[in-house]
Every structure is written in C-alpha cells, then in structure tokens.
Design a protein around this ligand. Structure first.
Ligand SMILES: *[C@@H]1O[C@H](CO)[C@@H](O)[C@H](O)[C@H]1NC(C)=O
Ligand SMILES: *[C@@H]1O[C@H](CO)[C@@H](O)[C@H](O)[C@H]1NC(C)=O
Ligand SMILES: *[C@@H]1O[C@H](CO)[C@@H](O)[C@H](O)[C@H]1NC(C)=O
Ligand SMILES: *[C@@H]1O[C@H](CO)[C@@H](O)[C@H](O)[C@H]1NC(C)=O
Length: 280
C-alpha cells in the first residue's frame, strides 16, 4: 500500500518542457507565480538578514570577552625565538677598516639607547632571582631595570667599537617577548663555534643568564616600556681564524624553553656566520 502512495502523480506529463520554464496560460515561471516567487525571495532575504545579524551579534559578544593583551585560550605558552644584534646572518668585518664595521656599531648603539642609564632612572630595581609578579589592577606595569654596564666590554661604554676594531667582536642576544612567559629553571645562553679547537667566548653577564625578574611580560598595552634582558657574547677570534667563515650557534639552555625544534630553527636558538678578513 505504502509504495503506491509514494509514487508522484503524473498529471503534468502532458505539458511541454517549455511550459515548465514559463507557462503563458497561468503566468507561472518555473512552476510558480510571480507573487509566490516574491514571497520566497522575501523569506530568504529576511532569513539571511537574520543569520547575518546573529553572526554579528555573536562576534560582538565574543570580541567583548577578549582581552586586548593576552590571548584568552592557550593550552600552553609558546617558547620564544632568539635574535641577535646586529641583526645580520653574516657578520663580515675587517678590523683595520672602520668603515666596513661602522654599520654594525651603529646598529648596536641604536639598539642600546633604550638601555641607557638615563632612560633607566624610572625603572625599578627588582629582586634578582625571582619573578616580578604584578597581578594587580594597575593599568601600567612596572619595568625592571637592566643596567647597560652589565654588558661590560660589549656595552659600548668602555669600548665604543664593541670589539670590532680588535678583531674580537660582540654580538647581543635577546629572546622575543612572550606574554606571561615564566621560564622554569635558569635560562642561559650557550654559544658554540664549529672548529677543531673551540673558540673562546666571553659572556656578559658572566653567567650568560636571563634573570627571572624580567618575567613575566604583561603585553604591549600594560607593559609598554618593558625591556628585554640581554646577554652579550664576545668572540675571542685568533690569528688562525683570519679570513675563515665561522658558523656560530647560540642556544637557550638550562630551562624548559625549547631549543631544538626541527621545524623552527629560531626557537630558542640562532645561528649566524662571522668572518674577519676580506669583506665582500
Ligand atoms: C645614551 O648613551 C650614549 C652614550 O653614553 C649617548 O651618546 C646617548 O646620547 C644616550 N642616549 C640617550 C637617548 O640618552
Ligand atoms: C601600582 O603602581 C605603583 C607605581 O606605579 C606602585 O607604587 C603600586 O604599588 C602599584 N600597586 C600595586 C597594587 O602593586
Ligand atoms: C654548551 O654546548 C656545548 C655543545 O652542545 C656543550 O658541550 C657544553 O657543555 C655546553 N656548555 C654549557 C655551559 O652548557
Ligand atoms: C682590510 O682593510 C685594509 C685597509 O683598508 C686593507 O689594507 C686590507 O687589505 C683589508 N683586508 C682584507 C682582508 O680585505
């Protein structure tokens, strides 16, 4: 019984296929009258307006709940990238010709301007070795002081050539800022130069560490004057390194920060090449 009821009625078998597009007798287009089409169009218009309105409303509510500074939902805080100053993948210089390292020195000096003692007056002398938590309602967070002279021979204060004129160049390292990051352990920089006899490297500060007091960072809006801690490395190249391109790799070690990601070679590490001698 059911099967016979499901069969469609064959009453329109007689009309030609043209009639199904436009039927001049009834005035139907595609089987509907103009008013029927108008109703359908009106329905869809209202329906889609309603959908667009719903979308806009949900979006608005969602945006209201978002914090300007910190991403609200994160399963874990990412590891920071490591960057060098001067920011060149190849640092080639000729110590006897100041013109060809002037660019590096200029870049270093510009970068260190905001670490000047005069700029640091308003910053706080934080307690070393512990995180500087500021979970209060203060709109602007305080900034821990980073003393430029901690960088010693690489501070540009005692040696304005940052070691380039004596063939023992300085490179500064910093980690990218990441909101809320509090590394476990005691992150420090370890650089290696691939060579049979290891090249001696001096670190400033001598522990080459990023102190806990510079973490966490509270975001650009609240923590606008935040200064990333720096570690300087001075590469004590010798005569035997002359005109040799040396690959240098620096890593953040001693903490839970990642430094051996296969896909991201700047995560917690950085590589660059250094050469004293003829400049291209
Ligand atoms: C920072 O210190 C350097 C060297 O002492 C000086 O030349 C420069 O004018 C200072 N810059 C600022 C912005 O204070
Ligand atoms: C808010 O910041 C001021 C300095 O800007 C500081 O003296 C004060 O202790 C801070 N408030 C809290 C609750 O930490
Ligand atoms: C630095 O890295 C080298 C090579 O990975 C390693 O042999 C050395 O022990 C490290 N030094 C420190 C202080 O971690
Ligand atoms: C370094 O610069 C000096 C002075 O301009 C020049 O005499 C010398 O040949 C240069 N050294 C190299 C390796 O290019």
């Amino acid at each position: 019984m059911a099967s016979t009821e499901d069969k469609p009625a064959n009453k329109e078998n007689t009309s030609s296929w043209k009639d199904s597009i436009y039927n001049p007798r009834t005035g139907e287009v595609l089987g509907r009258t103009a008013s029927s089409w108008a109703l359908i169009l009106l329905f869809y218009l209202v329906f889609y307006c309603f959908l667009a309105g719903m979308f806009a409303l949900t979006m608005w509510v969602l945006l209201l709940t978002l914090d300007d500074d910190a991403p609200r939902y994160r399963d874990r805080i990412p590891s920071p990238g490591l960057v060098i100053r001067p920011n060149f993948p190849e640092i080639y210089y000729n110590k006897t010709d100041p013109r060809n390292y002037a660019d590096y020195i200029q870049k270093l000096e510009n970068f260190l301007q905001k670490y000047n003692e005069t700029q640091q007056q308003k910053n706080k002398n934080c307690l070393e070795g512990q995180h500087f938590m500021q979970e209060n309602d203060n709109k602007t967070k305080e900034v821990c002081r980073f003393r430029r002279d901690v960088l010693s021979l690489c501070s540009g204060l005692s040696d304005t050539n940052f070691g380039y004129s004596e063939g023992k160049p300085c490179v500064l390292l910093k980690m990218n800022r990441i909101i809320g990051l509090m590394p476990r352990g005691n992150p420090y920089i370890n650089c290696t130069i691939k060579r049979e006899i290891p090249v001696q490297i001096q670190y400033f500060p001598s522990e080459a560490n990023f102190d806990k007091m510079y973490f966490p960072y509270y975001g650009k809006k609240a923590h606008n004057d935040y200064l990333q801690p720096l570690v300087a490395v001075k590469l004590l190249l010798g005569k035997e390194d002359y005109n040799k391109e040396l690959p240098v790799e620096c890593r953040v070690e001693g903490s839970d920060l990642r430094n051996n990601d296969e896909r991201d070679k700047y995560l917690g590490r950085v590589t660059f090449r250094i050469k004293e001698g003829s400049v291209k």
